[in-house]
Design a protein around this ligand. Structure first.
Ligand SMILES: Cc1cc2nc3c(=O)[nH]c(=O)nc-3n(C[C@H](O)[C@H](O)[C@H](O)COP(=O)(O)OP(=O)(O)OC[C@H]3O[C@@H](n4cnc5c(N)ncnc54)[C@H](O)[C@@H]3O)c2cc1C
Ligand SMILES: NC(=O)c1ccc[n+]([C@@H]2O[C@H](COP(=O)([O-])OP(=O)(O)OC[C@H]3O[C@@H](n4cnc5c(N)ncnc54)[C@H](O)[C@@H]3O)[C@@H](O)[C@H]2O)c1
Length: 481
């Protein structure tokens, strides 16, 4: 320690950096946490990602609810007052920001917070605002940046991304064009459509949410279609004719033009390392990404990467997982390897699409024998009462000659799916048989009873086989003479 200014230096104060630095501070280490601006503390999640997008979706859901009530006599009119919508979003952010500000972090966790552009200037040295800091370990939690369009004519057009949508957009778009088909595009499309914009989505891929199963994505696609979002697949912008007109290609062939008043680009995120001085610290990159091993180490063994900068699980809770593993490795001689067995993610549209555990591709790569169970909501009493029968639950269950098989993963597309899958995720994390749910008693009619339905059906099938029916009849008659 004597030769270093700090025990640990963390660059980036987003979900990744806050977690890495916060734990160090909590155990009493001398930790420096650096971000380029004070308002960036909280990172993408608080400032331009999870929090504002969920607040926006919340407001949009109020509009959808009011419109849905029209068939029961409520009269509604008008579009959203966008300034008030943004005000609501910013107020929500401010509440959370109080616990992620440099002052709060210094006071609560004893962190030495610096505001400025950080640069690695040696294998264990970081320079910020001309000051040299050093530590035996450095964590890069420098995040990612939104991708932008660079087709001919791009310079004519204002491209909103997830940052500028929440900091610069000051009116409700009349005709909104969204490029992308992932969670960001889907959440934005539904939110703005519900607030009153005309929305067109252009997706390069064959379907929306290509990291979730097709059957689940189809449920959301039908909902978005029903709400009037115009989604065009295998479609891209070839060029911008002017600031309001995009010329399209579909599957390589000309596909007309689309007019818009506003454009949001949601085509994924790129890890950016420009200006970070990686070469001075011997940290290698490949195609712009930081090269990391399964233990979050870069090519400089004193320097680690977590969060979006790690390049995998680009979610807030992905950063949380990385930090749990990282701190295990920083504190113990036995290293914890990065593994992706029990991860989950949720797209917070209506319906939500929630996926957990292993995907079919991972199961096949790992040579695991499994069966797929697909459960409809058609006869679920809660789904009937609350009118969400067009929902689906898909489960992957290990094939086994004993018991009912472990729950390996799955996806639900339904309102509240993100909450409803939580007990399934727990079974999956604890490596338990799916059949454990068979005798769980749910309060009627909670939506999560759907999780039990396939387990009960399977138990009933076994119980009602001709042989077991015969045995049950004999047992009954012997007991009740
Ligand atoms: C629209 C949208 C919605 C999302 N919704 C969800 C969601 O609902 N749930 C979820 O789990 N995830 C969601 N995500 C993903 C989530 O926001 C990110 O995965 C997460 O914020 C990444 O955190 P991070 O700390 O790795 O990076 P960031 O939050 O990007 O933080 C990196 C920080 O490093 C700083 N930095 C970089 N370089 C330097 C430097 N040289 N010097 C000083 N500071 C530097 C930056 O200023 C920044 O503040 C969403 C993303 C988007 C775009
Ligand atoms: N609820 C959540 O957890 C949530 C919500 C929003 C974003 N995020 C995260 O933020 C990150 C960014 O999300 P995203 O949806 O932008 O990225 P993504 O990589 O998940 O999806 C990008 C989409 O854009 C399409 N695309 C790419 N280039 C295109 C082009 N030129 N023209 C048309 N379509 C094109 C792709 O086909 C794909 O559907 C991801 O890591 C995501 O997981 C998470």
């Amino acid at each position: 320690m004597a030769n270093y200014t700090h025990d640990l230096i963390v660059i980036g104060a987003g979900s990744g950096g806050l977690g890495a630095a916060g734990f160090g501070g909590a155990i009493g280490l001398n930790v420096a946490l650096i971000d380029r601006t004070e308002k960036n503390f909280g990172g993408d999640c608080l400032n331009y990602g999870c929090v504002p997008s969920k607040a926006l979706l919340h407001v949009a859901a109020q509009f959808a609810g009011a419109r849905a009530a029209e068939k029961f006599g409520l009269r509604t009119e008008g579009k959203a007052d966008f300034k008030r919508v943004m005000q609501y979003i910013h107020e929500r952010q401010d509440i959370i920001r109080k616990h992620e500000s440099p002052d709060y972090l210094s006071e609560e966790y004893g962190l030495d917070c610096h505001i400025g552009e950080a640069m690695l200037t040696g294998p264990r040295e970081v320079t910020v605002n001309g000051q040299k800091l050093s530590a035996p370990r450095i964590v890069l939690a420098t995040g990612s940046k939104p991708g932008h369009m660079s087709v001919p004519g791009s310079e004519l057009v204002k491209q909103y991304d997830n940052e500028s949508v929440f900091t610069e957009l000051d009116e409700l778009p009349e005709k909104l064009l969204i490029v992308g088909g992932g969670p960001n595009a889907c959440e934005m499309a539904q939110a703005f459509r519900r607030l009153g914009s005309e929305v067109t989505v252009l997706n390069r891929g064959e379907r929306i949410l290509d990291k979730d199963p097709a059957e689940a994505a189809a449920v959301l696609q039908r909902k978005l279609d029903g709400e009037g979002v115009d989604i065009r697949h295998q479609t891209e912008i070839k060029r911008f004719k002017d600031e309001r007109t995009a010329v399209l290609v579909q599957d390589g062939a000309p596909a007309g033009e689309v007019e818009f008043t506003h454009l949001i680009v949601a085509i994924g995120r790129r890890v950016t390392t420009k200006g970070l001085g990686l070469e001075l610290a011997g940290v290698h990159t490949k195609e712009g990404k930081i090269v990391v091993d399964d233990y979050y180490r870069t090519s400089n063994k004193a320097i680690f990467a977590v969060g979006d900068a790690y390049g995998q699980e680009m979610f807030s809770h992905g950063a949380e997982k990385h930090n749990t593993d990282l701190w295990t490795n920083l504190l113990s001689p036995i290293d914890r390897k990065h593994k992706l067995q029990h991860f989950s993610w949720v797209t917070f549209t209506d319906p939500e699409v929630a996926t957990f555990g292993l995907t079919p591709r991972q199961l096949e790569e790992q040579g695991i024998d499994y069966e797929t169970v697909q459960q409809s909501f058609d006869h679920d009493d809660r789904a009937v009462a609350a009118d969400y029968r067009d929902s689906v639950l898909i489960l992957y269950i290990a094939k086994t000659s004993f018991g009912s098989g472990k729950l390996l993963g799955g996806t639900m597309a339904a309102p509240g799916a993100g909450e409803m899958i939580q007990e399934l995720l727990l079974l999956n994390m604890l490596d338990l048989d799916y059949g454990k749910l068979t005798n769980k008693l749910y309060a009627y009619p909670v939506g999560s009873r759907i999780n039990q339905k396939p387990a009960r059906d399977r138990a009933q099938q076994r119980l009602l086989s001709p042989l077991s029916k015969r045995a049950l009849q004999i047992a009954y008659r012997l007991q009740n003479r």
